[in-house]
Write a protein that binds this ligand. Structure first.
Ligand SMILES: O=C(O)C(=O)C[C@@H](O)[C@H](O)[C@H](O)COP(=O)(O)O
Length: 369
C-alpha cells in the first residue's frame, strides 16, 4: 500500500500486481472531484459512463464534468437498479448505446455504481469489439471492498448466479469513501458481509478488529470505513495477484458464496441482496467447517454473532434441502457434479472440501428459517 501525498487529505493506493494488467485501487475521500483520480487513464475520443437510476442522480454529473476534460464525447447510460437487471437485456443496452454512437475500440467505459453495474460494465468492456478499457467507480461498500477488484465480470442466468462472464481487469478502481454517506443502511450491512469474509479466510487479527469496530463501521465512522476498505482490498489484491483466474487459491474469496448464491438464485435475484445471502451463507459454511471437525463450535457462535450484529440475516430461507443441493451443484466450483465448499481450516486460513449430502442436509436443517 502506498500513500500519495497531496495538500488535500491523503489518498491510499493499493496495487493489484498482475504484470501488464496491474492497476491501482485509489481509496479516499473526495476522489470523484480530484484530478489524480482521472489523469493517466487510456486516451480515447469517447467515454461511456454506465450507472443506474439510483446512483446517477447523485454522482453522474460530477463524474461527467471530470471526464469531459479528457474525452471529446462523454456518453451516459442509466440502467435499472438491482440484481434482477444483471442480465442479457441490460448488457444489450450497453452495446446498443456504444454502437448507436459509433464508439470505436479505444472507447473507455466507466462503471459508476455498485456490484451489478460494475460486473455488467466490465463484461461489456470485455466483449465490445473484443475488448475495450474500463474503470471501476464503486459507490457501495460491497463493490469497494470486493466486486470492483480482481476482474470478475458477469451477468446472471435464471439457472445460476454469474454464470456468463469473463475475467477482465479494469484500468483503475476509484473508491471514493464519501459515496458511502448516501448508502442505505441495508446496503451498508450487505457490504459488511464481504468485509467480514476476509477475517476468517485470511487475517485472524482483522476479525478481532472487526468485532471491536463494528459499532464504528455501522455508524459510518470515516476512519473505520477507510481502514476496512483498505485492508479488504489489500487481502483481495494479495489473493488475486497469486491466482488471477481462480485455478486454486482465489476460490477462498468465495467463502459463504456456495450457500449464498443458492439463496439468491432460489429466491429470485434481488429478493435478498448479494451481501445478505453471503452473510447467511458464511453462517452455514462456518457450521460445515465445524461439522467437518476443522473448527471448534465456538467459531460458529462467533461468526453468527458478528454477522447478526452487522445487520445481516443468519437464518436461511426454506427452499427445501433438495432444492439447495440442486442449486449448489450448479456452482462454478463444483466438479463432475460434486459440490466443493470453501471452509475454514484455522482462523485466517481457508481451504476447499466436499461433503456428503447427509452432512450438508444437517447444516441446512440447523439453519433454515
Ligand atoms: O473475486 C472473487 O474471486 C470472489 O469470489 C469474490 C466474490 O465475493 C464475488 O461475489 C464474486 O463476484 C463471485 O464470483 P463467482 O465466481 O462465485 O461468481
Amino acid at each position: 500500500m502506498n500513500t500519495l501525498s497531496h495538500t488535500l487529505p491523503s489518498v491510499d493506493a493499493v496495487r493489484i500486481a498482475l504484470a501488464e494488467r496491474s492497476y491501482d485501487i485509489l481509496i479516499g475521500g473526495g476522489l470523484l472531484d480530484r484530478a489524480c483520480s482521472w489523469t493517466g487513464l487510456p486516451r480515447a475520443a469517447t467515454a461511456l459512463i454506465v450507472s443506474n437510476t439510483t446512483v446517477a442522480p447523485l454522482y453522474l454529473a460530477r463524474v461527467k464534468a471530470q471526464l469531459q476534460l479528457h474525452y471529446k464525447q462523454v456518453l451516459q447510460l442509466e440502467l435499472d437498479d438491482g440484481e434482477a437487471y444483471k442480465d442479457w437485456a441490460s448488457l444489450n443496452r450497453i452495446a446498443d448505446t456504444l454502437l448507436a454512437a459509433a464508439a470505436d475500440r479505444k472507447t473507455v467505459l466507466f462503471a459508476l455504481g455498485g456490484g451489478v453495474v460494475g460486473d455488467m460494465t466490465g463484461f461489456a468492456a470485455a466483449i465490445y469489439m473484443r475488448g475495450v478499457p474500463f474503470v471501476q467507480i464503486p459507490t457501495t461498500l460491497l463493490s469497494q471492498v470486493d466486486s470492483s477488484v480482481g476482474g470478475k465480470t458477469a451477468i446472471n442466468h435464471p439457472l445460476g448466479k454469474n454464470m456468463l462472464g469473463a475475467f477482465y481487469q479494469p484500468e483503475r478502481v476509484i473508491a471514493d469513501l464519501d459515496t458511502l454517506d448516501t448508502l442505505p443502511a441495508r446496503e451498508l450491512s450487505a457490504g459488511l458481509a464481504e468485509v467480514i469474509k476476509y477475517g476468517p479466510i485470511a487475517d485472524a487479527s482483522f476479525l478481532d478488529w472487526l468485532e471491536a469496530n463494528l459499532p464504528a463501521l455501522l455508524a459510518r465512522d470515516k476512519q473505520a470505513l477507510a481502514y476496512a476498505v483498505r485492508r479488504s482490498c489489500e487481502i483481495k489484491a494479495a489473493v488475486v495477484g497469486q491466482d488471477e483466474r481462480e485455478q486454486g487459491l482465489r476460490a477462498i474469496l468465495n467463502f459463504g458464496h456456495t450457500f449464498g448464491h443458492a439463496i439468491e438464485t432460489g429466491l429470485g435475484y434481488g429478493e435478498w441482496l448479494h451481501g445478505e445471502a453471503v452473510g447467511c451463507g458464511m453462517v452455514l459454511a462456518s457450521d460445515l467447517s465445524v461439522r467437518l471437525g476443522l473448527m471448534p463450535g465456538s467459531f460458529l457462535t462467533r461468526m453468527t454473532r458478528l454477522i447478526q450484529a452487522a445487520g445481516l440475516p443468519v437464518k436461511a430461507p426454506d427452499l427445501g434441502t433438495s432444492r439447495y443441493l440442486e442449486l449448489m451443484r450448479m456452482d462454478k466450483k463444483s466438479e463432475a457434479g460434486e459440490i466443493r465448499f470453501v471452509v475454514i481450516e484455522a482462523l485466517g486460513r481457508a481451504g476447499m472440501r466436499s461433503a456428503s449430502d447427509e452432512l450438508v442436509n444437517e447444516v441446512l436443517q440447523a439453519h433454515l428459517a
